[in-house]
Design a protein around this ligand. Structure first.
Ligand code: NDP
Ligand code: OXD
Length: 311
């Protein structure tokens, strides 16, 4: 049994070091140093090159090094028989909760407009509508691990929180909508909309002009999920028409965001470099080794992805 780390942009040596610290006898290899491909039974992967996983004949589990798994399924040769496990981790959840609280509160307190007032040397403490947290509808696209954790934190601060998911839910303190039929109702009450959906064929391009038109005028958008959720050409027209007031984007169709991309300099857009929540190998390696132990005993894996649904 050998473990292959195949994550060129995600600190592969750190993952290798953490694995070896837990068990010095593990046979850990770092792509492209595979040696005999038949030795590899487990892969820890983030955006692996297309065809790389298919070249490992005895691969049984791929551990995504993030919560999302879309980076695996874009490979047309992704081996269908292989189990996929994703990250669900308290530190990752805390990171996203912090990001969502930071940017939601920034919007709630009108900070982007106040930043502009400062640049213009304007002292005006009455320029913005007074709306309390419980009068501020915050809507989540996605009510999974991250959407629920962030939603609960905002409920704790007194916000009027709602969310939308594929299957119906009943969550204390959160107004729940589901399915295509529930989306418009969620949008209509969301002054701050937060996308925490997985990227799948159903959710690709969901953040488009049509969706923006269903939000209250002057709504705020936070996309911390995937760049593929956004129809990028639709964003700046919606901001400039006042349909949206501001957008905070952590994820982009092309990452790193190209230096000449119009989002960088737009005054109504905040750009962060896909760091809303970062997987911490010190915590996640233990789960991976537990799952390998479960697999060896024939027991169920934790956080296994439904490959038919794609998340
Ligand atoms: P989960 O799988 O736990 O939750 C996904 C949620 O989306 C579920 O509520 C699910 O519904 C819902 N959903 C999926 N498809 C649809 C659909 N077609 N229509 C309506 N709802 C849908 O994922 P996580 O919360 O753990 O993570 C969400 C995403 O966040 C990840 O996939 C990743 O892309 C992104 N992410 C970004 C990070 C960053 O740093 N920017 C860090 C970590 C994650 P149901 O509950 O019914 O299944
Ligand atoms: C993730 C991510 O999916 O970092 O965990 O985007």
């Amino acid at each position: 049994m050998a473990i292959l780390i195949i994550a060129s942009h995600d600190r592969p040596d750190w993952w290798a070091r953490e694995l070896k610290q837990r068990d010095a006898d593990l046979d850990v290899r770092v792509w492209p140093d595979v040696r005999d491909p038949a030795d590899i039974t487990y892969a820890l992967a983030w955006k692996p090159p297309a065809g790389a996983l298919a070249s490992l004949p005895n691969l049984s589990i791929v551990f995504s090094l993030g919560a999302g798994v879309d980076h695996l399924f874009t490979d047309p040769d992704f081996p269908a028989h292989v189990a996929v496990v994703r990250v669900v981790d308290p530190y990752l959840t805390a990171g996203m909760r912090e990001y969502v609280l930071l940017h939601t509160l920034r919007y709630h307190k009108n900070q982007p407009a106040l930043d502009q007032q400062q640049r213009d040397h304007i002292w005006d403490d009455r320029a913005h509508e007074l709306r309390q947290a419980d009068e501020k509808g915050v809507g989540f696209l996605g009510l999974g691990e991250l959407g629920q954790a962030c939603g609960n934190a905002l409920v704790g601060l007194g916000f009027d929180v709602a969310g939308w998911s594929r299957s119906a839910k009943d969550l204390p303190g959160i107004t729940c909508f589901d399915g295509r039929g529930g989306l418009d109702a969620l949008l209509g009450r969301s002054r701050i909309l937060i996308c925490l959906l997985p990227l799948t064929p159903e959710t690709e391009g969901i953040l488009d002009a049509d969706l923006f038109s269903k939000l209250p005028k002057g709504a705020y958008l936070i996309n911390a999920a995937r760049g593929g959720h956004m129809v990028e050409e639709d964003l700046i027209p919606a901001l400039e028409a006042g349909r949206l007031a501001h957008a905070t984007l952590d994820v982009f169709r092309e990452e790193p965001l190209p230096a000449d991309h119009p989002f960088w300099d737009h005054p109504q857009i905040t750009v962060t470099p896909h760091n809303a929540a970062i997987t911490d190998p010190r915590s996640v390696v233990a789960q991976i080794l537990d799952d390998i132990a479960h697999h060896t005993r024939g027991a169920a894996l934790s956080n296994q992805v439904d490959t038919r649904l794609g998340y």
